[in-house]
Design a protein around this ligand. Sequence first.
Ligand code: FAD
Length: 311
Amino acid sequence: MSQEFDVAIIGGGLAGLSAALTAGRLGHSVVLLTDGVPGGELLKIEKIDGVPGYAEGVPGYDLCPITQEQAEELGVEFVDEPATGISAEGEGWKIASGAGDIVARGLIMATGTAMARLGLPGEERLHGKGVSECASCDAPLLRGKVAVVAGGGDSAMQEALVLADHLEKVIMVMRGDGLAGQARYREAVEENPKIELRCNTVPTEIVGEDAVTAVKVKDEASGVEDEIAADAIFTFIGLVPNTGLVADLVALDDTGRIRVDAAMRSDAKGLCAVGNVREGSPHRAVGAMGDAAAAAVALDRYLATGAWRDA
Ligand SMILES: Cc1cc2nc3c(=O)[nH]c(=O)nc-3n(C[C@H](O)[C@H](O)[C@H](O)COP(=O)(O)OP(=O)(O)OC[C@H]3O[C@@H](n4cnc5c(N)ncnc54)[C@H](O)[C@@H]3O)c2cc1C
């Protein structure tokens, strides 16, 4: 026997939580499936920058639980089980999960992205033993030590700055001639005496028996190899969209993200996509929140009228 809701949301990051909040406020019965503690990639971030009203940033471990509480107060049901399958069911969608089947006329995909792995020798074996993607989780444990950060974009710079507050030295290795991303972060990184930049450099191997002891790197132009003695490596080299569940149900762009219109509607009736998983996402917290409101309003109209987008 399936549980029925007006709106089902898959993914408990900021996009999913915000969609739950708006759909709940619109008076719909809402279920949100998560695969762990809600909050997604922002849950562990010490300082979310760029959110209006928070000049000094806001901790993700504050903002996400508060948003969850707001949604719960509106009656949103949280299911701590990942969605394992999605299929069309009558006028709506059936979602399979460890908690049983859920049926909803409106579905919001908010499954976000996964961090791309480097795919290097030693990476899987030493994951959690010096290989990490969370600076704020591990920086206090690495006080006075040396870490490599792979990547030169916003996330890499933001996390390198967190690491530099605790570690003796942070070495950023990146493809290309220099840092890419927000000027604020670039300036802060370039001015930080604890952060060293190694451009045109790619990691080739992570070295260590029971814990990371070094990272082998190669100069992109000359091919010259080198070994950096380090206690940890943090990787921020790109994002892979979590769209496996809907790959056969909706149109995806060439990066694998869900194609949507301005109201976050996919080409499948009743299915919206929000946050990092949708085509053209700005990959910002406020973007995730805005998408969420647009999708919840679009589904509200759809539930009332049955009309979907033209294309
Ligand atoms: C290190 C870092 C720092 C950042 N700092 C900032 C910042 O300072 N300011 C800013 O504006 N933005 C920042 N961002 C970007 C911001 O985190 C994202 O734009 C935003 O959080 C995206 O939210 P989301 O809900 O789309 O995705 P996510 O946060 O990735 O959430 C998706 C959720 O869906 C879950 N999920 C996936 N598959 C399933 C399934 N089958 N069933 C159930 N659940 C599933 C995932 O586990 C996850 O919890 C940062 C990102 C990173 C990585």
